[in-house]
Write a protein that binds this ligand. Structure first.
Ligand code: SF4
Length: 311
């Protein structure tokens, strides 16, 4: 199957077979996101999905774990999703773990009976773009949910046995709000108990609505130093002995990644972040910009609107 757009899946799904069932994101309105902005959303026909499963079967593939792409596959209508799951089990009866992204709206639109059926058909982990624990930030960024709705949706899927993986973004609250955002996000995550948290630290793109807000001075981006400080506070607060959380944090612009299980690896992770903060101080006015496709044409800004290429 030819893949349209960008391959986008959580790092812990690298070993899963990526089965596209839709192109683009059905929501596609988050202010900071450029993943599927240029792709017109559409569901892929079942015949095309089946062809792909047959192709892999004929190559003697033995799929036990599948990730359904793109955007938020769990938002598909339940009956359509069940048809896809049945096709998977037809060709790969041993496949017992099917994971995908979900939105809060998509979850809340499903009844308890639908959630129960989808679970018995093999869906196990849903990855949700939580982004921030601050209500005004969710609203400003045009996320599809409030904090209360997110808590309700997560508790609903957990009651049915699903695991929840959270995507968050340090820096999303903007300049001067790092600690506030870290504390609110940690509080949200400690309450909702994701098995994994992935932090794709804020990356600014010229082709998204947020960039217009920056130009219009409605939003001031946090610097990469602030993003590291925010991550440090988050790591200090996240997870406890009764609810350990695996954390994986990416700052692609700084080529820095910190990961481990909290609270077990807390001290080690804090030391890594502190060392990065100290080594990075001389360039503390850098902002993570990406122009067009992710890397390599990175640009830097001093926060005054002046933007220049580094490469
Ligand atoms: S962040 Fe997720 S839900 Fe929002 S537009 Fe991007 S892909 Fe869609």
């Amino acid at each position: 199957m030819e893949y349209e757009g960008r391959i986008c899946r959580p790092p812990m799904e690298r070993s899963s077979f990526m089965l596209p069932v839709m192109a683009g994101c059905s929501y596609n309105k988050c202010k900071f996101c450029n993943l599927f902005r240029s792709i017109k959303y559409r569901e892929l026909p079942l015949s095309q999905i089946e062809e792909e499963l047959i192709r892999v079967k004929n190559l003697n593939g033995n799929l036990s774990k599948i990730f359904l792409g793109d955007g938020s596959a769990f938002d598909l209508k339940t009956e359509h999703l069940l048809k896809i799951l049945n096709l998977i089990h037809k060709y790969f009866p041993d496949c017992n773990c099917i994971n995908m992204d979900a939105t809060i709206t998509g979850i809340l639109q499903k009844t308890d009976a639908e959630l129960a059926r989808l679970y018995t058909h093999g869906i196990r982990t849903l990855y949700i773009g939580i982004e921030s624990g601050l209500e005004d930030v969710l609203l400003f960024m045009n996320k599809d949910h409030t904090r209360a709705e997110a808590e309700r949706a997560i508790s609903k899927i957990q009651e049915h046995g699903y695991s929840f993986g959270a995507h968050i973004m340090t820096g999303i609250a903007g300049k001067g709000r790092s600690i506030e955002n870290a504390e609110a996000t940690a509080d949200f995550l400690n309450r909702t108990k994701p098995i994994r948290v992935v932090n794709f630290s804020m990356f600014l793109h010229k082709e998204v609505p947020l960039y217009k807000d920056i130009r219009a001075e409605k939003y001031q981006a946090a610097s990469e130093t602030e993003n590291l400080i925010e991550e440090k506070r988050l790591i200090e607060l996240l997870g406890n002995e009764t609810c350990p959380i695996f954390y994986d944090g990416f700052h692609d612009y700084l080529e820095f990644r910190v990961r481990g299980t909290l609270p077990k690896d807390r001290e080690k992770m804090l030391k890594q972040i502190q060392a990065k903060i100290e080594s990075y101080k001389p360039m503390q006015n850098d902002y993570a910009f990406v122009n067009g496709e992710c890397t390599p044409s990175l640009e830097k800004s001093d926060g005054t609107g002046k933007v220049w290429k580094t490469a």
